[in-house]
Design a binder for this molecule. Structure first.
Ligand code: PBG
Length: 325
């Protein structure tokens, strides 16, 4: 096939022709919308570094959940900002902690909505790390017990999916075992399997108040230079019982999504993180880019790379205004 017999432009002439041969689809049902839950009542406070995102008390989260489902988005991901932090992050597994309360309130009001919970300690520890500290080091195996308690408390509150984001070794296996022993063998694990030590988490750390108080997360999150290691991480999590594997962030790591898609048959999720979102919001607020088009292009790119599911702060914007179905 070569010019002049083959003319690729023939199939680009009209929108109908373009739609007929479009290879990748993007719809609200592919998306998960993250929400930040805070203690209190009647609270809806804008998050400065993430325009359009809010800190919400449980009652307001329920209102948001209704709106999300009405827009055709089937899932939310909950992060909690606890009343109190301590060295072990003990508020992360409180029976009536902020996330646990939000889960049960949402499941009561909007039972069809899938509630995913972020399982981690960094938002709950006084030092801001994702694990417990002994002798100045993150103690991997001691952390596994706590993460299992957190996941179990979320399942008991009614979470549909638990999503460990801590990057400790062995956490998927530990959580799977705990859930199964307690009668939650039907609760899937969405593992943050390939999570890089990324500077794109900046705005989120403000939103979730979880910046590490000393050092950084490079002893547990991955080196951005590594691809093969990402595959090893993903395979380990799959063997330990993960049901869905996540790559995070998304846009700077499309090659990893693509690689994983070829190597692994599990569903793949990608997290378009806070920095990716806020950059687009900031540039468009200056009039430098067209927000809706750049949003759609970024999300279709993530789907084209091989993600089945995208976690994105743009979920509602896309559901409201997109032409891509
Ligand atoms: C907690 C967690 C983080 C994000 C999701 N879960 C922050 C981090 O690891 O520092 C980032 C999400 C985002 O930037 O949107 N472990």
């Amino acid at each position: 096939m070569k010019f002049p017999e083959y003319r690729p432009r023939r199939l680009r002439r009209t929108e109908a022709l373009r739609a007929l041969i479009r290879e990748t689809s993007l719809s609200p049902r592919h998306l998960i919308y993250p929400l930040f839950v805070v203690p209190g009542k009647g609270i809806k406070e804008p998050i400065d570094a993430m325009p359009g995102c809010y800190h919400l008390s449980v009652d307001m989260v329920v209102e948001e959940a209704k709106e999300v489902l009405d827009l055709g988005i089937y899932a939310v991901l909950l992060f909690g900002l606890p009343e109190k932090k301590d060295s072990k992050g003990s508020h992360a597994w409180l029976k009536s902690g902020v996330v646990q309360n939000a889960v049960s309130a949402i499941k009561r009001a909007v039972p069809e909505l899938i509630v995913v919970t972020d399982v981690c300690l960094c938002g709950y520890t006084s030092h801001g790390h994702c694990g417990v500290i002994s002798n100045g080091q993150i103690d991997n195996d001691a952390t596994l017990k706590l993460l299992s308690k957190v996941a179990l408390s979320h399942a008991e509150a009614g979470a549909d999916i638990v999503a460990p984001s801590d990057m400790m070794d062995g956490r998927v296996g530990a959580i799977r075992k705990t859930l199964d022993r307690n009668g939650f063998d039907q609760v899937p694990i969405l593992s943050y399997a390939v999570k890089y030590a990324s500077s794109f988490y900046g705005p989120f750390r403000e939103a979730a108040e979880c910046a590490p108080q000393f050092g950084d997360r490079r002893s547990y999150q991955m080196d951005p230079a590594n691809a093969r290691e990402g595959l090893r991480e993903a395979m380990l999590d799959a063997e330990e019982g993960a049901d869905i594997l996540m790559v995070k962030p998304a846009m700077p790591y499309l090659d990893i999504i693509h690689l994983l898609r070829q190597e692994c048959k599990l569903p793949i999720a990608a997290y378009q993180v806070s920095g990716e979102y806020s950059m687009i919001k900031a540039a468009s607020s200056k009039g430098w880019i067209d927000e809706t088009r750049v949003m759609e292009e970024s999300l279709i790119g993530i789907r084209r790379a091989g993600a089945d599911i995208i976690i994105t702060y743009f979920a509602k914007d896309l559901a409201r205004g997109s032409n891509l179905r």
